[in-house]
Design a protein around this ligand. Structure first.
Ligand code: GLC
Length: 741
């Protein structure tokens, strides 16, 4: 039997190797036939007309350039009809090299899923992989070959609007999610239900100083390697086909022109064989950075640094040929970039059939698949975080007679889609998305009297709607308030210095709370917001992010207990902007405060607590969980050994629920100081009321290693704390072990 398995394995490897060898041979043969202009054309990407995701430069020659092979890729071209039209132009070129169609399919294509930060709050890797799989299926059915996702930027600063697009503040969670999303998008690359992933933004874009988008990033190499690079490496390990560099400068060198990032690390140390696309116009923007004098120098810097494809800056189109003629750019650099791109086009099967992904029948079926909406509803419910539930206001009984639903987001549909949703021209998203009002009607419209009032706008100081809102609240048995942000208030170029609930929304909450009715507040947002009065005074709060096409139904599922909320925060929620950057895995300092009130000669604010309003990993349930019986298989290990951690978790409440059991470690002493706590593993488990499960984790050398001052990845002898938590600030069980050598 063993012999058969070995033979099969060898045969499979040989077939894969020979296929790759064939593709490499085809790439080399095609390259030999290409003129310099045609090679440069492959490094050039233009936007289509279906959406503008950056500052547009009008180019009337786009179509003629495609016909003459001077453009190799388009973005923002949606649907089989449009992609087929552009591909037909490319098929008129001398060498008939097919176009690549890229798109920001960040959280769904037609079926819109929760924003990535919301999905991260589900801590459900299978669900996130499925979400990406469905997004890929729909996008690939619509002619898209390539999504500019996952965004894997670690983000510790909620002033930065793009936190909505990633997986939050933690490197371990972010790495696991990056891996799952790439697997989801790519499936088996070349399959018509798969798209190439594009890991972005390489690198450290989320550390923009002041949380101001596109701002400079300055950090130690150790911080870069330890905190910001691992999710990119995890995505690469998942087989990511492409990377996208980033707008920011890193330690004085723009990422787009950063050889250390793109050649030394990505294509060198990590041996990345795919290609790197610039971010929108980022090659040309190196002029603004003051890194290059003009577009020609920008092209030189970018191609030299390893930026293979130029998105929308035209720097390559208008300068590379001259740079080659002047012998400033060796043709070998051009050839390497072209080969990386052609290899992907062959792997996708586009040379065999350029229209392979532009099949209207498949598009029709994929875009209207009810299974997709069911999956969207399920992950949306899993993404909701229960922040507070005093007096068991939640779940609301389905027998409730009168329910008031108040707020500027109650009847909104499109606002639930969040930023970076794909707006297909032919789809009326104002019908496609289930509003929260509709979700309530679907759930209890036949049994309860539902009252609605807008109360106020999301922004502005008009309180004219308060009276009506108070009046219906007084008629109700329970009041639900839905407030927060519009979908364009978090996202790219949406940095904010003030994270409070905008307008008079919190005053509306106060007015409704004053009626004395049981109140539930839903906070819809793309980022952590600041809402201290609400958090301190309202009995029940659900963080509902932006949940996508099935938002209304998912929220109703949680409100009425058909789904017991299980989400856990992927980012710390600050009490005030003055605390930012705030993150859980910080260092201890030489003068740590012993408690929240100590300020004398310790590292603390004199005017505010140090702790976040809500900590990383936090989220409640309609039931309770008890942790017990923590055991370590050993308390002393060599670096070659592993420890098995086991514990019991019991559902001590009355309803079934899911718990995210979190394993944290602390390395007590290191050659460089170590965080007071670090997430190193987690398991999301489902328990029926009264049920107990034994959970096991494994601690190995990898989990206790870090980059020392010389950037060596080491595990150092010494003592380690083991902490099992329901959040980073709710440690239920503790033990310790010693690494001997
Ligand atoms: C944008 C974003 C990037 C996106 C690209 C194409 O500026 O920074 O994430 O993929 O341009 O839309």
């Amino acid at each position: 039997m063993k012999k058969i398995v070995t033979t099969t394995l060898l045969l499979t490897c040989f077939i894969a190797f020979s296929q790759q060898k064939t593709i490499d041979q085809k790439v080399d043969a095609l390259l030999k036939r290409m003129t310099l202009e045609e090679k440069i054309g492959q490094l050039n990407q233009y936007t289509g007309d279906n959406a503008a995701t950056g500052p547009i430069t009008i180019n009337p020659n786009k179509q003629s350039e495609i016909k003459t092979g001077l453009n190799g890729s388009m973005l923002n071209v949606l649907g089989t009809q449009h992609t087929r039209q552009y591909q037909e132009l490319a098929m008129q070129s001398r060498l008939k090299i097919p176009l690549l169609f890229g798109q920001d399919v960040i959280h769904g294509y037609k079926t819109t899923f929760p924003i990535p930060l919301a999905e991260a709050a589900s801590w459900d890797l299978d669900a996130m992989e499925l979400s990406a799989r469905i997004a890929a299926t729909e996008a690939a059915a619509s002619g898209i070959h390539w999504t500019f996702a996952p965004m894997v930027d670690i983000a510790r600063d909620p002033r930065w609007g793009r936190v909505m697009e990633g997986a939050g503040e933690d490197t371990y969670l972010g790495s696991r999610i990056a891996y799952a999303r790439v697997k989801g998008f790519q499936g088996k690359l070349g399959d018509v239900n798969s798209v190439m992933a594009c890991v972005k933004h390489f690198a450290a874009y989320g550390a923009a100083i002041g949380g101001r988008d596109y701002n400079s990033v300055d950090m130690s190499e150790r911080m870069l390697w330890e905190t910001y690079l691992p999710p990119f490496k995890a995505a690469l390990d998942a087989g990511a086909a492409t990377f996208m560099n980033s707008f920011n400068d890193l330690n004085g060198i723009p990422a787009t022109g950063n050889k250390y990032l793109q050649r030394d690390i990505l294509k060198g140390k990590w041996n990345f064989k795919g290609f790197v696309v610039s971010d929108w116009g980022s090659i040309g923007e190196m002029i603004n950075h003051g890194y290059v004098k003009d577009s020609k120098e920008a092209a030189l810097a970018a191609i030299t640094a390893g930026s293979d494809m130029d998105m929308e800056s035209n720097a390559y189109r208008y300068n590379l040929a001259q740079l080659v003629k002047e012998k400033k750019v060796p043709i070998a650099l051009i050839d390497d970039a072209v080969k990386r791109i052609l290899r992907k086009k062959f792997e996708l099967g586009l040379f065999e059939d350029p229209y392979k992904y532009s099949n209207p029948e498949r598009e029709q079926a994929a875009l209207n698949n009810p299974e997709h909406r069911k999956a969207a509803r399920e992950i949306a419910a899993k993404s909701i975080v229960l922040l507070k539930n005093e007096k068991s206001v939640l779940p609301i009984s389905k027998q409730t007679k009168t329910i008031a639903f108040i707020g500027p987001l109650v009847k909104e549909r499109k606002q639930n889609m969040g930023f970076w949703s794909v707006e297909l021209p032919e789809v009326d998203y104002d019908k496609h998305v289930i509003s929260q009002w509709e979700g309530l009607q679907n759930k209890v419209g036949n049994t309860a009297k539902l009252l609605y009032a807008k109360g106020c706008e999301i922004e502005g100081d008009n309180k004219d709607g308060f009276a009506e809102a108070i009046a219906i609240a007084n008629q109700a048995d329970v009041v639900i308030l839905s407030i927060g942000e519009r979908r364009d208030m978090s996202g790219e170029a949406k940095s904010r210095s003030n994270l409070r609930l905008s307008g008079v929304q919190e005053e509306l909450i106060k007015a409704i709370q004053a009626t004395g009715k049981p109140v539930v507040v839903l906070i819809n947002a793309g980022r952590p917001l600041i809402f201290n009065w609400t958090a301190d005074n309202v009995p029940a709060i659900l963080y509902t992010w932006w949940l996508g096409s099935e938002a209304g139904n998912a929220i109703a599922d949680v409100l009425f207990g058909d789904y017991n909320p299980s989400g856990k925060l992927p980012m710390s929620f600050p009490r005030e902007e003055g605390q930012i950057p705030i993150y859980y895995n910080h260092f201890n300092t030489g003068r740590p405060a012993k408690n929240e009130n100590e300020t004398n000669y310790v590292s603390a604010y004199t005017d505010l607590k140090n702790s976040p309003k809500f900590p990383f990993g936090y989220g409640l349930s309609y039931t309770t969980f008890e942790y017990s019986n923590l055991k370590l298989s050993k308390n002393k290990i060599k670096s070659t050994e592993k420890i098995t951690v086991s514990l019991n978790v019991t559902n001590s409440g009355k309803v079934a629920g899911e718990e995210v059991v979190q394993l944290y470690l602390r390395d007590k002493v290191g050659s460089v100081i170590r965080p007071i706590i670090e997430l190193k593993d987690f398991q999301k488990i489902k328990l029926n009321a009264g049920q107990t499960k034994t959970i096991k984790f494994s601690i190995d050398k990898e989990k206790i290693s870090f980059y020392n001052a010389n950037l060596q990845w080491v595990a150092e002898p010494g003592d380690f704390d083991v902490m099992i938590g329901s959040s980073s600030a709710d440690i239920r069980l503790k033990d310790s072990f010693e690494l001997l050598n």
